[in-house]
Design a binder for this molecule. Structure first.
Ligand code: SAH
Length: 254
């Protein structure tokens, strides 16, 4: 066969340039398929209707389909990104289990015009899921390097409707209050009064309450149009603790 030696290097170069793109595309397909399987599993309840409740809200399921969880975990955990499990994100913290993220989002009953406050930005995954649905998400993280990384990730992934701040979320974010909904993704010993204060009449808050590392309950706090606040416990959960004090940069490193 006659080889055109002038075309050959160009073809070789083109192949070398395109191969990584093809690999990346194949990789995206694999992630999409795994994500689809994960979302499908969220729509199933526990065996014989026992155990966990199925996620039924299509808006929530679509948001779970849209957010690329593998971009919110450390490189070493990418192969496990679509398992229904929490994963370490450094500094002793975790990205929440997808089922819990979907369940809490469903409980919030948010709509497209809503402005939401999240306490405990962590990886930014829960904020991204909410950002697929609502108008704006304000999220606060107490561990500075995590907050910084989260803000960078939001920019990289084009979540222009998420604003990240570093600080103690116990006090909420007065400047942008009141909020249609508030979600707390770390377990508090009690419901922080400033957060109840910053909830709009007709709004709701979802928050895990209980001692660090055990005996916690997921609570839904509702404020009606007259400003009357009611609360109910929804299910037992296990979250990292809501810590208090100045924003800090310590921890065991990413
Ligand atoms: N929503 C996160 C879950 C992160 S785990 C995600 O989707 O990845 C909870 C996070 O809450 C941790 O990153 C922890 O540092 C943070 N946190 C704990 N106490 C806090 C506080 N008082 N204010 C703000 N963030 C807090």
């Amino acid at each position: 066969m006659h080889t055109n030696w002038r075309v050959f290097p160009i073809a070789l170069m083109a192949a070398a340039l395109l191969a990584p793109c093809a690999l990346a595309a194949a990789d995206d397909d694999v992630h999409r398929e795994r994500r689809e399987q994960l979302v499908e599993s969220l729509t199933r309840s526990g065996f014989f209707g026992l155990g966990r409740q199925a996620i039924e809200d299509e808006t929530v399921l679509d948001a779970m389909r849209a957010v690329e969880r593998h971009r919110f975990v450390q490189l070493a955990h990418v192969p496990r990104a679509y398992e229904d499990t929490p994963l370490p994100i450094g500094h002793g913290q975790t990205i929440s289990q997808p089922y819990i993220v979907a369940f809490m989002t469903e409980l919030l009953q948010v709509e497209e015009d809503d402005v939401v406050l999240e306490i405990g930005a962590g990886s930014g995954y829960q904020a991204a899921v909410l950002a697929e649905i609502v108008d704006h998400v304000y999220t606060i993280e107490i561990i500075e390097p995590l907050g910084r990384q989260c803000a960078e990730r939001m920019e990289e992934l084009d979540y222009g409707n998420v604003t990240v701040s570093v600080g103690d979320g116990y006090y909420g974010w007065e400047e942008h209050a009141p909020f249609d909904a508030i979600i707390v993704t770390a377990a508090a010993s009690h419901i922080p009064p400033p957060l109840v204060e910053q909830l709009k009449p007709g709004g709701r808050m979802v928050i895990p309450v209980g001692p660090p590392f055990g005996g916690q309950n997921l609570m839904v706090v509702e404020k009606d149009e007259e400003g009357t606040v009611t609360q109910r416990s929804v299910m037992p959960v296990r979250f990292v603790p809501l810590t208090r004090g100045e924003a800090n940069g310590d921890g065991d490193g990413a």
